[in-house]
Every structure is written in structure tokens, then in C-alpha cells.
Design a protein around this ligand. Structure first.
Ligand code: CAA
Length: 696
């Protein structure tokens, strides 16, 4: 028997224990071990019943995702589940931790299920672009009907043990001593002569076929764009569970699983899953983070208040600093509004809010931060203002405190230089709205101490954010790529596209909003100020599109001023603006450009190539550690469609040669912007993909 599965006999009960850290994923050795264990249990006359449990932190959390896409090795998980279900002696699954995906399917194939009260169960496959492929789509609705089964499988959200029990998915919940209680149940079943209870034979959830079909129809009607393959196929499989004999239903599920697992959408989603975890693997990972119990936030604007709100949510004591009483009251008010919103969304109770409020303090002087462990400066993007604040912080803060800036663009090394402790200075770049956005760019300066970097990553973990390590440059990872994306979009406007066409093409690609909708939302004046700041450093050979400047000169700053690329009515709904189109036409005419017809595919190709090329440059400059970190930034912070995996993953799927050739086609239009990054030639020469660099 393989070592990944342990075996003991207690009181006539075989205890089969999966042991495959960290999450007991059902890799080949575990599958083999489970099948062998059931065979031994069948053959051993001492054994009257079987308990399947797991060592370590969790019952298996799923199939081993790393094996997808590789040649399958017998036994497959569906066979393992069938073998468990067919056992002639009762099999009990004892669940703790997170029994997810294939792990929960193993439990569904067992004849009885008991769980620790803290356990969570679920079928999250849809989040990886696949479906439960080991009988989950057939067994789950047999127990709980189509409506609940579809809720589990289409949202992918795990549920607690009590809810699972109330639904009929599991048979018992225990507070502690899971294994003892599972063995006791097994002994009782054996004593009572209760044999196996195969889920395939149960019809509890199918007693009302009309309601079952109605749930199928409602789910189909509720499918949202973009239509990814997995959700539709899950619904088909659950319908097949009602209409087909069990074994035919399994075959139907298998075919659907194969289609999904080989889809590019699933490849993108799986890439995103591993990319997010890989981002935490930084050179400083072994450093001990500095303890952070009290944090200061400077600036109570939307950003600062959002940061204070999430810090409070993570259990920290927070001091919010503003320049005068009114501004401070405004900042505290913003935090209060966010807390009310969190309560309204069911994310926080009133009691938790009160507890948080007791940990929030306001002050007008940075002297209040003398004992703080960390400070995050989140004031307006003005170099002199920020430098002044850092000088003050250097004066008042205790030795060893971390001095962080939330700047989106400015040079962190320059800020570090105004202090006497550059090793303690770091960038913690949050994204707006802070409570909702998952991304935190941890920007590491030339002199930032390794344990300060580790502190940034630890803080991100406490806040439930995905941290990505970035080096210092204008815009770090995300805003560098965003700028390239917007530049490509601006070229398209000048050459003949409209902002509305560009937005629609990028929404069809999968972004929730197009680039001009986002600009209108965040305010055109922010990037205008930045362009003015950088005007002196602009390469005269580079193509410069002034359409955004013209809009700002007209006072059209976006949503907040009622006009931007779109026109907004009093209710806030947007419409296309003929005056913007006239302004764009005038810009073209001034430059002697004759508008050409541009197709949506070309818009997408150019925007993608611009992002990938900038990503390749970031790698070349050492700003990003690996391609998948760039993907994580774009997925978690900029609305890049998750099922595409991020721009570098999309480039891998398109092929390096194609991307480089497109760039080469465009380069005549602007030899600076479109020049293919150096890295492409070498990658093409050696047949490499971006993902080959991820593990390095
Ligand atoms: N396969 C392979 N590796 C996995 C894995 C899986 N199913 N689930 C987690 N891991 C790995 C992670 O990559 C990570 O590895 P590193 O330490 O090398 O980075 C490690 O296990 C720990 O994972 P987390 O950092 O995510 O730990 P956590 O405690 O924050 O979360 C978890 C644990 C809730 C189980 C989370 O890992 C998770 O959600 N895993 C995926 C669950 C899932 O989707 N299961 C369904 C798989 S598909 C399936 O089962 C198909 C089928 O029907 C046949």
C-alpha cells in the first residue's frame, strides 16, 4: 500500500488515513492507496466497517490540480469513488478542515459522512473552469436536489458543517474527537447489521422532478456573460442525473469534465490559482516579519480611510492623522460609512463595528504615532508634500517602525533618502476601493530591509489581500502596464476608433469596464497631472496623443464633473458624447491623420500586445520577479478577466511568435512604444514561454 494512505484496525474498524501534505490532494499515490485500502478491508475478516479520514490540517481538499493536463494514471478518481461506494462493508468519511472538490466527492461516495463542526465542505471546481468530475454532479443532487446542488457547484463557495447537515449532505456533526466518534459510529453500524448505503441508489433529492427541472431551467436562464464552458456543463450534468441511469450519468459527466479541463478558460483559471500562491514566494519569505499591532494612516481621503478600515478589520489599533479638524472628521466619517456598508453587506456585525471603533483614534499631529509599529502615508500624490511627511515621521517614530507610502507612481528611494532610516521605508500600494480590491503591491526600495518586505507580505495576509513584490520605477508593475494599455488605446482613437468602440471591444474581451469608462470613473485629471509632471522627460521621438489633455482643458474630468469621454445625466447614466467625437476628429485633423476603420480584433490585439510588451520590459528590468506576478497584479487590481489568466498567460496561449510579429507590424508607427522587448527574441529562439520563467 502506498505511504500516502495509512491503515490501522481498531475495534474491527479499518481506519484509512490519507497523508499527503499540505492539503491531502488526491494525487496518484493517494488514489492508489485508497483503492488498495478498500481491497484489503474487503478481504480482512477482522474488518466490519471502514473509516476514511485524513492526517494533518484537512480532509482531501481536491484532486491534485498539478496533475491536470498530464497523461492520466490509473486509478482515476471516479474509479476510486466507485470502488469506495461498492465496498461491501459500511464506509464512513470523517471530515475536518476543508473537504473540497474531489475530496468531497470521495466523501459523497462513502456511505455515511460525519464532520467536525469547524469543517467546511464544497465543490469549488467551477472556480477552476471545470466541474466535479468524480461523480459529484450525479451524487450531490441525489442527496439534496437540483437547486441546492447547483448553488454549491455554480458558486463554488464552501459551506459549514452545520449547513451541510441541515441540507442532508452529511449525517452528523461533532465538536471534537472526530476519529473516535467516526469509529464509534462504524462499530454501531456494524453491530446493528447496517450494510452499505450507496449514494447512487438514493433519491432523496429527486422526489419532486417538477421542482428539479424548474431549478435546472432557472439556473440556465441565470447564466451570465461571458459564457464560460463549465457552468453550462454543470447544469447539463445535474439534469442528466435526473434523466439517466447512474452509470450513464457518470459517463456524461466524464465527457463534460474532459471538455472543460482541456479548455483555455480552465487553463487560465488554474494558472491564476497557482499564480496567486506563487506570488508569496519571495526572496525574503524566510525573514521574521516585524510585529504590527498599532498602525498609523496619514490622510483620511477615500484611500486613507479605506486603508484604516481594512487595518481595523484585521484587528489592529489604528491612528488616523489629518491636517485639520474638519479633514479629520471627514476621514473618520468615511471610515464609519465603510463600516456601515460592511454591516449592510453582512460582512460585519454591529458588535464588531463597535469593537473596531474602540480601536480607532484620530490625531492632528504625527507625534501621535511615536509608539506605532507601522505607518502608511496616503496623502495626495505630491512629491514635496510626501517628502515633508517622511521627514516628520523620521523625527517622531520609534526605531524599528516601518514607514510605508501608498504612492502609485513616486520614487520610493527618493522618499527613503529624506529619512535617516531608508531600510525601514517601503511602498504599500493599495487599490481603490480598498475593502473590495484584493491587490497590494509591495514596493521594495534599493535599501528596504528584508524583514520590512516580509512585514508587508504578512500584513497583506492579515488583510486578506494578495501581495505582489515590485521594484521601484514610475508606476511599479500595475500602473506601468495600465499606462501602456491606455497609450495603445489612445493611438487607436487617433487612428480612427471611438472611445465607445474601444470600451466595448475590451468588455467583450472580458474586462468589466473599458479603459475610457475607468478613466471617467477615476478622474481624468489624475493622469493629466502625471503627464504634466513627466512632460520634460518625454522622448521627442515618441508619439504623443493629446486627446486626454484636450478633455481636461475643457474641464471634462469624468464622472465627477458630469462629462469625460462619456456624458453623464443627473442619475449618473452614461451616454456617448458627439462633442468628444468632434474633439477627437479635430485632433486627427491637426495631425493630418485620416481616420481608418479599425476592427474589434485589432483593438484587442493592440491592447494585449502593449500590456505584454510592457510586462516583458518589467521582467527585463527586474521590477517584477516573474511573469505570473504580473498576471496576479492585472487580475487582482485591474479587472483583467480571470479566466484568461492574466496578460502573460494570454500571451503564452497566443504564442510568443505571434505577439512579437504583431509588435513588429506596429513598430513603424512608434519606434519607442512598440519596440518589442529584448526578451522576445531569446524566448522565441529557445521555444520558451513566460510560464517557463514562473517557477524560477
Ligand atoms: N491540488 C494541488 N495543490 C493544491 C491543491 C490542489 N487541489 N489545493 C491546494 N494546493 C496547494 C497550494 O498550491 C499550496 O501550495 P504551495 O504551498 O506550494 O504554494 C498549498 O497547497 C497550500 O494551499 P493554500 O496556500 O491555498 O492554503 P490555504 O490554507 O490558504 O487554503 C485550501 C487551503 C482552502 C484547500 C485552498 O488551497 C484551496 O482552495 N484549494 C483548492 C481547492 C479546490 O479547488 N479543489 C478542487 C480541485 S479540482 C477537483 O477536485 C476536480 C475533480 O472533481 C476531480
Amino acid at each position: 500500500m502506498a505511504q500516502a494512505v495509512g491503515w490501522t484496525v481498531r475495534d474491527g474498524v479499518a481506519v484509512v488515513s490519507v497523508d499527503n501534505p499540505p492539503v491531502n490532494a488526491l494525487g496518484h499515490a493517494v488514489r492508489r492507496g485508497l483503492v488498495d485500502a478498500i481491497a484489503v478491508a474487503e478481504a480482512d475478516s477482522r474488518v466490519r466497517a471502514v473509516v476514511i479520514a485524513a492526517a494533518g490540517r484537512t480532509f482531501p481538499a481536491g484532486a491534485d490540480i498539478r496533475e491536470f493536463g498530464k497523461p492520466p494514471e490509473d486509478p482515476w478518481l471516479p474509479e476510486v469513488c466507485d470502488r469506495i461506494e461498492a465496498c461491501s462493508k459500511p464506509v464512513i468519511a470523517a471530515l475536518h478542515g476543508t473537504a473540497l472538490g474531489g475530496g468531497f466527492e470521495v466523501a459523497l461516495a462513502a456511505h455515511y459522512r460525519i464532520a467536525l463542526a469547524s469543517a467546511r465542505v464544497g465543490l469549488p471546481e467551477v472556480t477552476l473552469g471545470i466541474l466535479p468530475g468524480a461523480g459529484g454532479t450525479q451524487r450531490t443532487p441525489r442527496l439534496i436536489g437540483a437547486e441546492q446542488a447547483l448553488r454549491l457547484m455554480l458558486t463554488g463557495k464552501p459551506i459549514g458543517a452545520a449547513e451541510a447537515m441541515a441540507m442532508g449532505l452529511i449525517d452528523g456533526v461533532v465538536e471534537d474527537d472526530l476519529l473516535e466518534q467516526a469509529v464509534a459510529l462504524a462499530v454501531m453500524l456494524a453491530d446493528e447489521g447496517k450494510g452499505p448505503r450507496p449514494t447512487r441508489d438514493r433519491r432523496d433529492g429527486m422526489r419532486d422532478p417538477v421542482a428539479y427541472e424548474a431549478a435546472i431551467k432557472a439556473a440556465r436562464d441565470g447564466l451570465k456573460a461571458p459564457r464560460l464552458p463549465a457552468p453550462g456543463r454543470i447544469i447539463d450534468c445535474v439534469e442528466a442525473a435526473l434523466l439517466l441511469p447512474f452509470d450513464n450519468g457518470l459517463a456524461f459527466e466524464r465527457a463534460a469534465f474532459e471538455d472543460c479541463v482541456t479548455s483555455p478558460e480552465s487553463a487560465g483559471l488554474r494558472h491564476a490559482f497557482f499564480a496567486e500562491r506563487r506570488a508569496a514566494k519571495i526572496p525574503e519569505a524566510k525573514e521574521t516579519p516585524r510585529p504590527v499591532g498599532h498602525a498609523g494612516v496619514i490622510g483620511g481621503g477615500l484611500m486613507g480611510a479605506g486603508i484604516a478600515h481594512v487595518l481595523l478589520g484585521a484587528g489592529l489599533r489604528v491612528t488616523l492623522i489629518e491636517r485639520d479638524r474638519d479633514a479629520l472628521a471627514g476621514g473618520l466619517q468615511r471610515v464609519a460609512v465603510m463600516e456601515e456598508q460592511a454591516i449592510a453587506r453582512g460582512k460585519m456585525t454591529e458588535k464588531e463595528r463597535d469593537a473596531q471603533w474602540a480601536r480607532l483614534f484620530g490625531a492632528l499631529d504625527v507625534g501621535a504615532l511615536a509608539e506605532a509599529d507601522l505607518v502608511i502615508e496616503a496623502v495626495y500624490e505630491d512629491e514635496a508634500l510626501k517628502a515633508g511627511i517622511f521627514r516628520e515621521l523620521d523625527r517622531v517614530m520609534r526605531p524599528g517602525a516601518v514607514l510605508a507610502t501608498n504612492t502609485s507612481y513616486l520614487d520610493i528611494d527618493q522618499l527613503a533618502r529624506v529619512t535617516s532610516r531608508p531600510a525601514d521605508v517601503i511602498g504599500l500600494h493599495f487599490f481603490s476601493p480598498v475593502p473590495a480590491m484584493k491587490l497590494l503591491e509591495v514596493v521594495v526600495g534599493a535599501q528596504t530591509a528584508p524583514d520590512v518586505v516580509a512585514t508587508g507580505f504578512e500584513l497583506a495576509k492579515q488583510l486578506g489581500k494578495v501581495a505582489v513584490r515590485a521594484g521601484v520605477c514610475d508606476g511599479f508593475i500595475g500602473n506601468r502596464i495600465l499606462t501602456a494599455y491606455r497609450t495603445a488605446a489612445d493611438f487607436l482613437l487617433e487612428d480612427g476608433a471611438t472611445p465607445y468602440q474601444v470600451d466595448a471591444a475590451m468588455r467583450a474581451f472580458g474586462f468589466p469596464l473599458g479603459p475610457y469608462q475607468v478613466l471617467d470613473m477615476t478622474g481624468l485629471d489624475i493622469s493629466w497631472a502625471r503627464r504634466q509632471r513627466l512632460a520634460g522627460t518625454r522622448d521627442p521621438r515618441a508619439r504623443y496623443v493629446a486627446i486626454g489633455d484636450r478633455l481636461c482643458e475643457a474641464g471634462w474630468f469624468g464622472r465627477k464633473s458630469g462629462r469625460g469621454y462619456y456624458r453623464y445625466d443627473a442619475a449618473g447614466s452614461a451616454s456617448e458624447d458627439p462633442e468628444v467625437l468632434a474633439l477627437i476628429a479635430a485632433e486627427r485633423e491637426a495631425k493630418g491623420i485620416v481616420a481608418r476603420t479599425i476592427g474589434d480584433d485589432e483593438i484587442r490585439d493592440r491592447c494585449l500586445c502593449a500590456m505584454v510588451n510592457e510586462g516583458a520590459r518589467l521582467l527585463g528590468e527586474g521590477i517584477a520577479l516573474r511573469p505570473s506576478d504580473i498576471d496576479v497584479v492585472m487580475l487582482a487590481g485591474y479587472g483583467y478577466p480571470r479566466w484568461r489568466g492574466g496578460p502573460m498567460q494570454t500571451a503564452d496561449q497566443r504564442g510568443m511568435l505571434q505577439i512579437r510579429n504583431l509588435l513588429a507590424d506596429y513598430v513603424g508607427e512608434d519606434p519607442i512604444f512598440w519596440a518589442p522587448a529584448a526578451i522576445f527574441e531569446e524566448m522565441i529562439k529557445y521555444g520558451r514561454k513566460f510560464s517557463d520563467m514562473d517557477e524560477g
